[in-house]
Design a protein around this ligand. Structure first.
Ligand SMILES: NC(=O)c1ccc[n+]([C@@H]2O[C@H](COP(=O)([O-])OP(=O)(O)OC[C@H]3O[C@@H](n4cnc5c(N)ncnc54)[C@H](O)[C@@H]3O)[C@@H](O)[C@H]2O)c1
Length: 486
């Protein structure tokens, strides 16, 4: 437990916030009267247990017009703002928090209206990369660090950066113990582990590709109705990120850009984007213990992990892995997406985030780190619905992984109040994982002899032209599920 005497404001009381509030009180000693929850929907019924203890509920909406005035009513210097709403412009809220000395945390980098830009806008300008560049430009004008703000610290983005670091250490240690790496190379690996020099460690291990690989197996006996979108977390959030450009951290080993790919002209240029919706770009991936097909939905981790793992020689990137999400959501969400495609991507008015009606399943979320001496290594969380409910009644596995991450980062922020704007990769992974692991169900860190070519068959051999690189399994085109998938 750590103590916090100042105020905390939650903006948004949806699926993630509902799971975060009870965990926050388990880890942070703060008077209930110091905690305010704001949502534009009436959440008083859901908050009854907490308002009875002194938590305040305010029904209001943060907008472009009222942001400064509204937030100032509830938080000031030294306080903490936990943003679990959607579409609050990251630049605007970060600037306000800095100007007012308020600590700030969110789980994704958003804009007031992500749909304001039309289809004619260049794909690179629709990207998260673009948003990060705007943030960097803004921050570069600030003098001194200022109040701590941690952006994109949910499960993914968020925990996945810490899983990746732990995975690299585990692969390094196993490679040394199994004598897969010997002599001077072994000495370097041992040193990189000791120094926490993760980019050099990834390079020395030969890591080529990192997937944030997720399979959500939570199911229900209350099936999706026709014209209903069902998911295990924010439906609006999923639609927003899924129906825009796919984005990837682009590895230095890649020989060929995928079709419709665009490169950036400014910044570290560690990412590419593709003029295709993420929900329509599928890749092969693996979670314990089977192969999955996942979607390249854009996420902050593809930017930050590939950025932090780049090895530079002056201005030239000499090493970088390909990094992206490979998301296989719950079966109800897969069916919902398919229906939404038929509706020309118009979101159903009827929406349901599953909780108590889930009968069984788990959220299996981890980093699949590939290209080294073991071929693949998966590190992360296999959290069942039963375990989630044991930890916090009425919560599902997906929101639990996000909630504990928000709490762990908030604790770090309380202990480190003046660190300026940070991404998950900047935080100490062992600090976060020590707090998070008891909430992550089965912790798995395991080698797996898997490549995207391993089980790839061809039902029309001789009659189709599979465009695969058999010599280098780690080329992106070997993962991509395309017209030559047999
Ligand atoms: N990084 C991750 O791993 C991760 C995972 C899940 C969700 N998220 C993000 O977390 C956020 C919350 O997700 P969720 O599943 O709880 O969503 P949700 O839709 O269940 O809840 C969001 C809540 O915020 C409220 N809200 C939205 N905008 C608001 C505003 N401007 N002012 C006041 N209230 C507002 C809504 O009424 C709703 O109750 C989303 O941005 C989502 O993309 C991140």
């Amino acid at each position: 437990m750590i103590e916090f005497k100042n105020k905390i404001l939650f903006v948004g009381y949806g699926a993630v916030a509902e799971c975060t509030l009870p965990i926050l009180f388990k880890h942070i000693t703060v008077p209930a009267k110091n905690v305010t929850v704001m949502d534009f929907e009436d959440r008083s019924e859901k908050l009854k247990k907490w308002t009875a203890k002194g938590v305040r509920f305010v029904r209001d909406r943060v907008t472009e017009e009222n942001l400064g005035k509204l937030l100032a009513k509830h938080v000031g210097a030294g306080d903490l703002l936990i943003d679990l709403a959607w579409n609050i412009d990251a630049c605007v809220v970060l600037q306000w928090c800095r100007d007012n000395g308020v600590r700030y945390i969110n789980t994704s980098t958003e804009l007031w209206d992500p749909y304001a830009v039309g289809p004619n806008q260049h794909p690179t300008e629709k990207t998260l990369y673009w948003r990060h560049m705007n943030l960097r430009r803004m921050i570069s004008k600030w003098k001194g660090k200022g109040a701590t703000a941690v952006i994109e610290h949910g499960a993914n983005p968020g925990l996945i950066s810490h899983f990746t670091k732990q995975g690299l250490i585990d692969i390094g240690n196993a490679s040394l113990a199994d004598k897969k790496i010997k002599g001077r190379a072994a000495e370097s690996v041992a040193q990189f582990i000791k120094d926490r020099s993760f980019n050099q460690l990834a390079q020395a291990l030969g890591v080529k590709v990192i997937h944030c690989s997720e399979r959500d197996t939570q199911i229900t006996n209350k099936p999706k109705q026709v014209d209903e979108f069902v998911n295990t977390w924010s439906i609006e959030g999923f639609r927003e990120e899924g129906t825009t450009t796919a984005e990837m951290g682009w590895g230095t080993h890649e020989k060929q850009l995928p079709a419709l790919a665009y490169q950036h002209k400014e910044g570290p240029k560690n990412q590419i984007c593709v003029a295709r919706m993420g929900i329509n770009m599928w890749v092969r991936s693996w979670v314990p213990n089977y192969s999955i097909q996942g979607m390249v939905v854009r996420h902050g981790e593809a930017f930050t992990i590939s950025d932090k793992l780049t090895v530079w020689d002056g201005k030239k990137a000499v090493y970088r892995p390909t990094v992206h999400y490979a998301y296989c959501p719950c079966d109800m969400a897969i069916a919902s997406l398919n229906e939404m495609r038929g509706y020309n991507y118009k979101l159903n008015a009827n929406q349901r985030i599953m909780n108590d009606e889930i009968t069984t399943g788990a959220d299996i979320l981890g980093a699949l780190i590939m290209g080294h001496g073991y071929n693949s290594w998966w590190v992360g969380s296999d959290l069942s619905i039963e375990e989630s409910r044991r930890l916090v009644p009425h919560q599902n596995a997906t929101t639990m992984q996000v909630a504990i991450s928000v709490v762990a980062a908030s604790m770090w922020m309380i202990e480190n109040p003046l660190e300026g704007v940070r991404v998950p990769d900047d935080l100490p992974h062992d600090y976060i994982l020590d707090i998070a692991k008891p909430y992550l169900g089965k912790w798995i860190s395991t080698p797996k002899d898997w490549t995207p070519l391993a089980e790839r068959g061809n039902a029309f051999k001789g009659y189709n032209k599979q465009d695969l690189d058999r010599k280098d399994p780690w080329q992106f085109k070997n993962f991509l599920i395309g017209e030559h998938e047999a």
